[in-house]
Design a protein around this ligand. Structure first.
Ligand SMILES: [Mn+2]
Length: 351
């Protein structure tokens, strides 16, 4: 079933006469449009792409099967909607700003119906083509990691390393970073989201790098922790606990298993070694057109895994004045378990 057909089926189930989308990732998902500004309006019989002068030729090229509806000062989106549809109009409640809602409410003759995660629910299960693209995005990150291990050295700053990562991913075809690269060395490793700073990396430190790229719209995400020089016993001990937790969580991933159970599997292992307080974030998240999607591997999220979901598995231990370790892979849920998109080695590497 194509995406528009699935949207219409959901519309019917929700008794909607039309649905309006504007979140850029959802426009891309429905139409292939890669620009940032526009609206997709779907009715049982028609599909429209509403946008302004800047994007006319882009819509004709990327979304030729949509009817282009021009927006301009005389024809703002609210008046176009009025012309194109009537009845119950669904809109993306998480993404519509209050100003636009107020305007629509004032002018729209029919009823406005908020919808939650309408497209995001469809996006949770990736199809074959999406998985091919996501594998490529991950391959770019993996290749970059292997190169980084060759060039990293004590004396470089975290920012130097982040720039090397960025340039290498771009040269391999990525359009941008999927989020701001984290390079957290030494004591900064205790910051789960320690974006690269001007700190000089030194021998004897653990370095955690968490990065990914966007390739043809899709994000990759991976984390590795390595040692500059020889790791000491404490560093090695922490590393091995995180690795044990990550591998154990991996083994429970399969269709039907609750996301909560996967989180708990890793969390129990870390807690068993006495580090419960040092793992203060969820085990992972779905990833796709956005870097953080639903569902989550978290104590707060109870969703049964389904074939085609793409999830990260990223336990960590963070200790003030010591540093931290995190290991993150991205996997796709398959009929009989999971397939790991991340291929970089996971044993503790000393460079
Ligand atoms: Mn992640």
């Amino acid at each position: 079933m194509d995406r528009i057909t699935r949207v219409r089926k959901k519309m019917q189930q929700a008794s909607l006469d039309a649905v309006l989308f504007y979140k850029p990732e959802n426009l891309f998902y429905l139409s292939g449009f890669t620009g940032t500004t526009g609206y997709v309006l779907i009715t049982p019989s028609d599909k429209y792409f509403l946008t302004d002068f800047r994007y006319f030729s882009q819509v004709k090229e990327q979304a030729p099967e949509f009817e282009l509806v021009p927006l301009d000062y005389a024809h703002p989106v609210r008046s176009r909607i009025e012309e194109l549809t009537r009845g119950i109009l669904g809109f993306e409640e998480e993404h519509m700003i209050v100003e636009m809602y107020d305007e629509l409410k004032e002018t729209y003759e029919g009823e406005l119906q908020p919808m939650r995660r309408f497209i995001e629910e469809l996006r949770m299960m990736k199809d074959e083509q999406e998985l091919i693209t996501m594998q490529k995005a991950q391959d770019i990150a993996d290749e970059t990691y292997m190169e980084i291990l060759e060039i990293v050295s004590a004396g470089m700053t975290e920012e130097d390393l982040a720039q090397e990562i960025y340039l290498r991913m771009r040269r391999k075809g990525a359009s941008r970073n999927s989020f701001e690269t984290i390079v957290a060395s030494g004591v900064r490793g205790a910051l789960p989201h320690g974006v690269a700073s001007g700190k000089v990396m030194q021998r004897g430190e653990l370095v955690t790098i968490d990065f990914g790229c966007v390739y043809e719209g899709y994000c990759s995400d991976m984390t590795r922790t390595f040692a500059l020089g020889r790791a000491d016993d404490h560093q090695r001990e922490i590393y091995n606990i995180v690795l044990e937790a990550q591998l154990a969580a991996m083994e429970v991933i399969k269709p039907g298993v609750s996301t909560q159970v996967v989180d708990k599997t890793a969390r129990d292992i870390i807690a068993g070694y006495g580090y419960a307080e040092n793992f203060g974030h969820g085990l992972g998240h779905a990833v796709g057109l956005e870097i953080h999607e639903n569902p989550r591997f978290s104590p707060l999220c109870d969703v049964p895994l389904k074939v085609g979901m793409v999830m990260t598995n990223e336990p960590g231990i963070y200790i003030d004045d010591f540093g931290g370790v995190r290991i993150e892979d991205t996997v796709v849920v398959t009929e009989d378990g999971y397939r790991n998109l991340t291929h970089s080695p996971k044993e503790l590497i000393e460079v």
